[in-house]
Design a protein around this ligand. Structure first.
Ligand SMILES: [Ca+2]
Length: 507
């Protein structure tokens, strides 16, 4: 029976094979169309862009019409989280699909081991043209990319020297625009039309010290931004680490952050524009002689406005790229991701910066557009993580996910089909202490309702527990409240299970 069924098909293949041998074109035609069917992947990542500053997430502060397009034409993830909320480590997780203790990049002081398996290498091997633009921040030279044009270290906001496979290139201009120019140049001149592409397009903005571009220096001049409800948090409901950090708007923003001193790295023409923008504002500030809460409020306005001005440039430049995809016809077969390397405190809890497992920095924005696969305007509330990105790229490309990657492809979620065994809890681990902003080392677990955090440095051994339903701002740890004893015990078991699952026995 089986043989009979197969026979006609076998004959057909034999006939095709014979014809293709004869002409030499049939197979190559088939092969080309198979390549064309594989989607391109454009992964856009900003640095320190909190979801609070995206209008598709309901921002009270700014509008991001170009970034919103990705959400309205695709899917917005409302519960996307990172494994280790800081720049370099987040990038290493995304490239490897592995937690920091396995990919070896725990803190910004580490150096990425580029000889290890990465998603870029796997896609390159599978026939993708791979390229990386903008902030790399992993110290070692990129591997797995056919081309790169990257900032050196953090890179400046103005006139960056960038690194390419052919050596260093000195640019004049605003970095957000320079990175985009280089990406568009590559699209126009160097993209191989016979291969799908995997491109990482990473902005430096809106990282500290928030230097706006020439076009954006006067945005928000005429508005007073609403303050976060927790700007004057006194940390009374929490353990020692929240009280001993050094990331307070009130105390830890320096004169350079606040643009009260001349900025480095500007050329004379740029400096002139800056002096015109900040000179009168700084004169008014000096005259006002503010103190106490009024001074904190002024610092909040100054830093938050500069931060938003940097995001305005990111929004405009992502818009340029989306327009190019439309005009070139690439948009219909390109999956576009927008995310940040982590979230951000835009004055919440009186802070700037990130690092904590508290929501503002643990959570990160994620929007994905995939024409004809994602239902436009859809919203996902499952637990997604940056640990899942590599696996997602691979599934989109039709490449098998290696067993040693630790996340899970988001493709089913993008199709609107959440698997019944999708994760119900997430594991987090932050390591950079001692370090900038003095946030203690901690690990923890979050479920839909609760969060358990263990701060574990030798001189600190403290636990926090939050009921996120009753206390979404995480102002009152109820770790010692007998009413929660059972829930705490349950989360401790879950934490132990996850640490075992991910093979994290550090500390
Ligand atoms: Ca960052």
């Amino acid at each position: 029976m089986t043989t009979n069924h197969l026979r006609p098909r076998s004959f057909l293949w034999l006939a095709l094979w014979t014809i293709s041998l004869g002409s030499g074109t049939l197979w190559s035609t088939f092969s080309r169309s198979a390549h064309a069917a594989r989607p391109n992947i454009l992964f856009i990542m900003a640095d320190d862009h909190g979801y609070q500053a995206l209008s598709c997430y309901g921002s009270r502060l700014n509008r991001t019409p170009n970034l919103d397009r990705i959400a309205s034409e695709g899917m917005r993830f409302d519960r996307c989280y990172v494994t280790n909320s800081i720049c370099g480590p987040s990038r290493a997780v995304i490239l490897t699909g592995k937690y920091s203790h396995l990919n070896g990049f725990r803190t910004n002081r580490d150096r990425f081991d580029g000889s290890q398996q990465t998603v870029a290498k796997l896609l390159q091997k599978a026939g993708y043209q791979t390229a990386m633009f903008g902030k790399w921040h992993l110290r070692s030279t990129p591997t797995g990319f056919d081309y790169y044009h990257i900032l050196i270290g953090q890179g400046p906001y103005y006139n960056p020297t960038m690194l390419t496979p052919e050596g260093r290139v000195k640019h004049t201009g605003y970095t957000t625009e320079v990175i985009t120019d280089e990406l568009l140049k590559w699209f126009q001149n160097d993209r191989d039309p016979n291969k799908p592409f995997f491109v990482m397009y990473h902005h430096k903005a809106p990282h500290r010290n928030w230097q706006p571009g020439p076009k954006y220096l006067h945005h928000y001049d005429d508005v007073t931004l609403p303050e976060p409800a927790t700007l004057f948090d006194d940390y009374s409901g929490r353990s020692t680490p929240a009280k001993t950090q050094k990331m307070m708007v009130a105390r830890d923003l320096n004169p350079n952050d606040l643009k009260l001193v001349p900025q480095r790295g500007l050329n004379p023409e740029q400096r002139k524009l800056w002096d015109a923008a900040y000179g009168p504002k700084n004169e008014a500030f000096k005259k006002a002689n503010l103190s106490g809460r009024e001074l904190v409020r002024w610092k909040y306005q100054r830093f938050a406005k500069d931060y938003l001005r940097c995001i305005d440039a990111v929004d405009d430049n992502v818009g340029r790229v989306l327009d190019y995809l439309d005009q070139s016809g690439l948009a219909k077969n390109t999956v576009v991701f927008y995310t940040s390397d982590q979230g951000w405190y835009l004055g919440e809890h009186g802070w700037f910066d990130k690092r904590w497992m508290y929501e503002e920095s643990f959570r990160t924005p994620l929007m994905v557009r995939w024409p004809e696969v994602i239902k436009p305007g859809s919203v996902n509330t499952d637990f997604a993580m940056n640990l899942d990105f590599a696996e997602t790229f691979l599934e989109i490309a039709g490449v098998a996910v290696p067993n040693d990657m630790q996340g899970r492809s988001l493709v089913p979620l993008l199709k609107g089909e959440t698997p019944s065994d999708w994760r119900q809890s997430m594991y987090y681990h932050y390591y950079e202490y001692p370090g900038p902003h003095s946030v203690r080392r901690h690990y923890g677990v979050r479920t839909k309702r609760y969060k358990l955090i263990h701060f574990y440095e030798p001189e600190v051994n403290e636990w926090e527990f939050y009921d996120l339903e009753k206390d979404p701002d995480e102002l009152h740890s109820v770790y010692d409240d007998p009413e929660y004893a059972e829930a705490v015990a349950e989360l401790k078991r879950e934490l132990a299970r996850l640490r075992k699952q991910y093979g994290d026995d550090t500390r």
